[in-house]
Design a protein around this ligand. Structure first.
Ligand code: HSE
Length: 436
């Protein structure tokens, strides 16, 4: 069979990794596929100085539109990231009848509906395995391996940079900014690293996972997002004393009232496997009604782990390159006409447990007053820790774990506690998930 011609947009961290893996493992890949994959055209910045692809085999350009308009190219692999140019290039490639592979979670989470519609009109495929959790084949697992199940919830550590920062802070007491800089140097972080630390990158990925899990439209704008930049070493330590670890978790859960879609720092019992996923590693826990819990673990960022997913998508695309769309797995795992309009709940309607930390006067009766205020607001306390006052201070830290309640309910209780004369400043709140 003739070789399949691939055009690469971007030769940065992921693009370079993809070209490297395609070239290094060419024999292994064609042994699996039964045909060769040739990188026939590459667009990148400062392309003349690249040393990854052979210019005798591959056309080089700095104009990405040359690749998407190249009649020889059958599969366009978009690895430039971002929303605007990437969207124009992908839509142009589709208009030109080319199949698309992308690692761009921002693009899929925000413009996926439009892109998938265009692809279905043209009868081409769009693969995006590398968009979620780097090298972990979670899209394939959810669209195919778990297709028998009604998915009940998904919880994931889906940002490698954030997990790397939290792990280094906890294990080595390192400074937030210094670890972030290292993550950037290692090629883990987004071009704008606030996407990593403020949870936007994880929210893009969770948006995609929720659509795959529940058959709902991609709804990034409805995903609640809270970052890790306000997590203090104190909270990391107190969580540890209580038997928990703080992880930046994405949670998508189907409830009787709608779907919870949220990314935030979360206390997880230290004994859970997922609580022990450290460094740049990602993990996604999926609960299906038939299979029960399944856990997927691997590198969530980095050149070759991400390239592993991109190349697997190229191979998948080649396998069914001439097949009609109805013979392929639907892009979000559900038939278009079967997509559901289940509402996404606002954060006030989410139900979870809480870790609360406050500073209170070191006086008799204060603990009782605080507990009573929570009780009057129907919040049930599961554990309380009182820390000794620091030398020369007359206030103490109170740490409480609540039972599950509605976010709106805990907000009311926190406001009441903050208004007590014996409590100083704001109550710090971190959500708790037991994942059982
Ligand atoms: N910046 C992302 C992360 C890269 O740290 O997980 C992979 O999407």
């Amino acid at each position: 069979m003739s070789a399949v011609k691939v055009g690469l947009l971007g030769l940065g961290t992921v693009g370079g990794g993809t070209a490297t893996v395609l070239i290094r493992n060419a024999e292994e890949i064609s042994a699996r596929l039964g045909r060769e994959i040739v990188i026939s055209h590459v667009a990148g910045l400062d392309i003349a100085s690249q040393s990854i692809v052979d210019p005798a085999v591959t056309k080089l350009t700095e104009d990405a539109f040359e690749v998407v308009n190249d009649p020889e190219v059958q599969i366009v692999v978009e690895l430039i990231g971002g929303y605007t140019l990437a969207k124009d290039l992908v839509l142009k490639a589709i208009e030109n009848g080319k199949h698309v592979v992308t690692a761009n979670k921002a693009l899929i989470a925000t413009h996926g509906t439009e892109i998938f519609k265009a692809a279905s009109v043209k009868g081409v495929s769009v693969c995006y395995e590398a968009a979620v959790a780097g090298g972990i084949p979670i899209i394939k697992a959810m669209r195919e391996g778990l297709a028998a199940n009604k998915i009940q919830w998904v919880a994931g550590i889906i940002n490698g940079t954030g997990n790397f920062i939290l792990t280094e802070m906890r294990d080595k007491g390192r400074d937030f900014t210094e670890v972030l800089k290292e993550a950037q140097e290692l090629g883990y972080a987004e071009a704008d690293p606030t996407f990593d630390v403020e949870g936007i990158d994880a929210a893009h990925k969770l948006t995609i996972l929720a659509s795959l899990a529940f058959g709902i439209e991609l709804q990034f704008d409805k995903t609640y997002t809270e970052g890790i930049s306000k997590i203090t070493p104190d909270d990391v330590n107190y969580a540890g004393e209580l038997g928990y670890r703080i992880k930046h978790l994405g949670v998508a859960r189907k409830t009787a009232r709608g779907i919870e879609l949220r990314v935030h720092p979360t206390l997880i019992p230290a004994k859970r496997l997922i609580a022990n996923v450290d460094g740049v590693m990602n993990a996604v826990l999926v609960q299906g009604d038939a299979v029960g819990p399944t856990l997927y673990y691997g590198a969530g960022a980095g050149a070759e782990p991400t390239a592993s997913a991109v190349v697997a998508d190229i191979i998948d695309t080649v396998r069914t390159i001439d097949a009609p769309l109805e013979h392929k797995v639907p892009l979000l795992g559900f038939q278009n006409e079967a997509m559901r309009d289940t509402p996404v709940l606002g954060i006030d309607d989410v139900e979870t447990a809480y870790y609360l930390r406050m500073q209170a006067d070191d006086q008799p009766g204060v603990l009782a007053e605080v507990s009573d205020t929570f009780a009057k607001n129907s919040i049930s306390i599961e554990a309380v820790v009182q820390k000794e006052p620091a030398s020369g201070e007359s206030s103490v830290k109170l740490i409480m774990l609540t039972q599950k309640c509605l976010e709106s309910q805990v907000n009311k209780a926190i406001a009441a506690v903050e208004s007590l004369a014996s409590v100083q400043g704001e109550v710090v709140r971190i959500r708790v998930e037991h994942l059982d």
